[in-house]
Design a protein around this ligand. Structure first.
Ligand code: FAD
Length: 399
């Protein structure tokens, strides 16, 4: 595996969250950004965005350079890097690689799907899935949302009844699943009794070729159009007991623990993209002349850019605060909820400001500025909507 020339050897003192948040140009982030800028910048992005086409070569290049295996234990072929290094890499990726759909797909697998296998899977499951997931040979997806249970995730109706052989029979439909059209294996949450709510939920690893599992056609969406996206249906899909992850009924705690801080970590690539967006907007404001001076000389424009800077830095601070708490084993749910709200909503506000700064060039598709707004809009929905994150914060406030 050809790795980026970035030290991830824990013996070399991995960066702390404080190192990362104080150094906006952290060398790890900058090295990945440079690499992504040089190697992960597809020339056909506008066409693929229009056609909702996934960049398979980009995915393989990222896997070959260690992006998917970065945080996975060396026993399974990974590099065993810490969370802060992982966030710095994804920030760099978001800065250098303009294909946000590719970055989002990589982030979902690296921060959500693989950690469930690694943290909660059996030795056999880890050995079977992790090496081929991190090498890029296989794709993984994570499915909890259903047509009738979104924010209220544990009100799911996908069932997992047991047959006489001890195997599980899955029935139901999961909706809006990132990477479903490409996935070889799904993390699936199902219930053995919908009346039990969160107590009835169990987690499984289900291979895409299991009889009874079907994936819908790709569902085109507003942004992140290069990330394949579909529904998954289970129709008397028989899953052996060996594919269960964790004990019966542990699904809700697996989900909650896996999402505690990761719901914010997934957005690290988007924070990198915000910085690139700011740099591009500053460059444009310096060069674009109106009324015989650069538009950046007008206070209305320069203050807009200052607001973009403020949003970017405050998103980073909250992200690395959540990371620091998670690394120290302290509760990080509130910090992660705040980081997720800030990063996702700030990205939308800054994308509007970038469009305004570029004038018509910001609105016309060929310049790529408007694509950012479409790409970041999903951030206030996936991983729990902004409303749900505010509910978490309010609960932590004792409300
Ligand atoms: C780009 C993208 C990728 C995704 N990838 C995946 C994936 O890989 N796997 C997966 O399982 N799912 C995925 N999802 C689905 C996502 O997790 C859900 O869309 C999300 O949880 C919201 O559910 P919903 O769409 O059903 O909206 P609903 O839950 O129906 O919410 C509709 C509105 O009501 C509000 N609302 C609902 N309940 C409350 C409440 N209690 N308090 C305040 N407001 C509330 C919401 O905030 C929202 O504004 C993805 C979604 C997107 C957009």
């Amino acid at each position: 595996m050809q790795l980026l020339s970035v030290s991830t050897n824990p013996a070399n003192s991995p960066p702390t969250a404080l190192d990362a948040l104080l150094d906006i140009d952290h060398p790890t982030k900058m090295a990945v950004a440079k690499w992504a800028d040089e190697q992960l910048t597809p020339t056909d992005l506008p066409t693929r965005d229009e056609q909702c086409a996934f960049w398979a070569e980009g995915w393989q290049l990222a896997a070959d350079n260690g992006v998917l295996g970065l945080m996975v234990d060396p026993e399974f072929g990974g590099q065993g890097a810490d969370v802060v290094t992982g966030l710095l890499w994804f920030e760099g990726l978001g800065y250098g690689c303009p294909d946000a759909g590719l970055n989002f797909a990589l982030a979902c697998q690296a921060w959500t799907m693989q950690p469930i296998v690694e943290r909660f899977g059996t030795d056999e499951q880890k050995a079977r899935y992790l090496p081929s997931l991190i090498s890029g040979e296989k794709f993984g997806a994570f499915t909890i949302t259903e047509p009738d249970s979104g924010s209220d995730s544990f009100a799911m109706s996908t069932t997992c009844a047991r047959n006489d052989d001890g195997a599980y029979i899955l029935n139901g439909t999961k909706a809006f699943v990132t990477m479903a059209p490409e996935a070889d294996v799904f993390v699936v949450f199902a219930t053995n009794n919908p009346a039990l709510g969160s107590w009835g939920v169990t987690t499984f690893l289900v291979d895409a070729n299991t009889p009874g599992l079907t994936v819908s056609a790709n569902r085109p969406k507003m942004g992140l159009r290069t990330t394949p996206f579909a529904d998954v249906t289970f129709d008397d899909c028989i899953v052996p007991e060996t594919q269960r992850v964790g004990p019966d009924g542990a699904g809700a705690s697996i989900f909650t623990s896996a999402m505690e801080a990761e719901r914010a970590f997934v957005l690290a690539f988007q924070i990198g993209a915000m910085e690139r967006q700011l740099d591009d907007a500053v460059g444009f404001a310096r060069n674009r002349q109106q009324f015989d001076k650069p538009i950046g000389d007008f206070q209305a424009v320069s203050h807009r850019l200052a607001d973009m800077k403020l949003r970017h830095e405050s998103s980073r601070l909250l992200l690395y605060k959540a990371a620091g708490l998670a690394i120290e084993g302290k509760p990080s749910m509130e910090a992660a909820a705040l980081a997720k709200i800030q990063a996702s909503e700030a990205s939308i506000a800054s994308s509007v400001d970038a469009i305004l700064t570029h004038g018509a060039r910001g609105y016309v598709t060929e310049f790529g500025v408007e694509r950012n707004l479409r790409d970041v809009a999903g951030g206030v929905i996936y991983g729990g909507t902004s409303d749900i994150q505010r509910n978490i914060v309010a609960r932590m406030l004792g409300l």
